[in-house]
Design a protein around this ligand. Structure first.
Ligand SMILES: Nc1ncnc2c1ncn2[C@@H]1O[C@H](COP(=O)(O)OP(=O)(O)OP(=O)(O)O)[C@@H](O)[C@H]1O
Length: 296
């Protein structure tokens, strides 16, 4: 389990992280999302022990991370900016990884390299950006990390490779209960793979929930009446309401069953209810009133 407790970080007077908590359960795929500059990369750099917080605690399986080689051997990190030694070939890098990571799996490396169709004799500097990312995945997955930390992992990858990458990750989560913490702006893809979501803003956690709970609590509904009853939405937690012609458009934070029973009791002529996508929840939670019209 990864536990981040009340960490704060100040860069030359700028408060990048502010009393931030994160809890990532073993074997889960946790999606960290937030606006540009919210602090995602800064958090990942703390969790991987690259940065030290000004205050607060970060532990993995109860052990502090910073300056802890035993824990770092169990972490695989693919940062947003790959800082590979690009004058080396992929084969040379694999030998380097083999020396660092005690659980290096040569068979898995060779199979990943062949699935990605990468030439191991070529220098990384000769690879395209997307190919360098694939090389990073082949190396990190073959290291068999218990904790996989990914910063914008699928950025720049084509759809076929993206599928291959997620398949590699999901297989390891299923086989070995690997724990994954991933930051990405691709919310559709995150929705398909993550089981828990943390939304951060300005260095603080806004919401941390299981994805299913997050989605089952907020709904977008459209209702129209032949004759408008008095106060038809009484007792519902309405987050947003607007009228378009004869139709009411609402965002409601309630369980599906409660919304259905309350609205159907008022005998609407039209009643349509849709769950919000992760992208819509993100826009609502972080966009505020200015962006609410994007939701309909
Ligand atoms: N070394 C640093 N020195 C000064 N400020 C920094 C440093 N690293 C990060 N910051 C600031 O901290 C804030 C968070 O940056 P971070 O890179 O963590 O954001 P992010 O959520 O990953 O953003 P994006 O989605 O755009 O990649 C930003 O305002 C950034 O300018």
């Amino acid at each position: 389990m990864i536990r981040v407790e009340k960490i704060s970080k100040n860069f030359d007077g700028f408060q990048a992280l502010n009393n931030l908590d994160i809890n990532v359960k073993k074997g889960s795929i946790y999606g960290l999302i937030g606006t540009n500059g919210a602090g995602k990369t800064t958090i990942l750099n703390h969790i991987t022990g690259i940065l030290r917080p000004d205050s607060g605690r970060i532990t993995i399986d109860g052990q502090p991370v910073y300056d802890n080689l035993k824990i770092k051997e169990r972490i695989g990190y693919i940062p947003d900016d790959l800082y590979f030694l690009s004058s080396y070939t992929l084969k040379e890098l694999s030998c380097f990884f083999k020396d660092i990571y005690p659980r290096w799996d040569q068979g898995l490396f060779e199979s990943a390299v062949s699935r990605f169709r990468l030439e191991t004799q070529r220098k990384l500097s000769q690879f395209s950006k997307g190919m360098q990312k694939q090389a990073a995945f082949a190396l990190i997955m073959a290291a068999h990390p218990d904790y996989l930390i990914l910063d914008e992992p699928i950025d720049g990858l084509d759809p076929i490779v993206r599928k291959l990458v997620w398949q590699l990750v999901m297989d390891d989560v299923a086989d070995r209960e690997m724990t994954v913490l991933v930051s990405s702006h691709n919310l559709r893809e995150m929705e398909g793979v993550c089981d828990c979501i943390g939304i951060i803003s300005a260095g603080s956690m806004v919401i941390e929930r299981d994805l299913d709970d997050l989605k089952s609590d907020v709904h977008k509904i459209q209702v129209a009446y032949r004759s408008m009853p008095e106060d038809p939405y009484a007792g519902l937690n309405i987050l947003h309401r607007e009228r378009r012609g004869s139709v009411d458009l609402l965002i409601v934070r309630e369980k599906k069953e409660k919304v259905e029973s309350k609205i159907l009791d008022t005998h609407p002529a039209i009643f349509d209810m849709l769950p919000l996508s992760l992208e819509e929840i993100f826009i609502y939670e972080l966009g505020g009133a200015d962006n609410e019209d994007i939701l309909f």
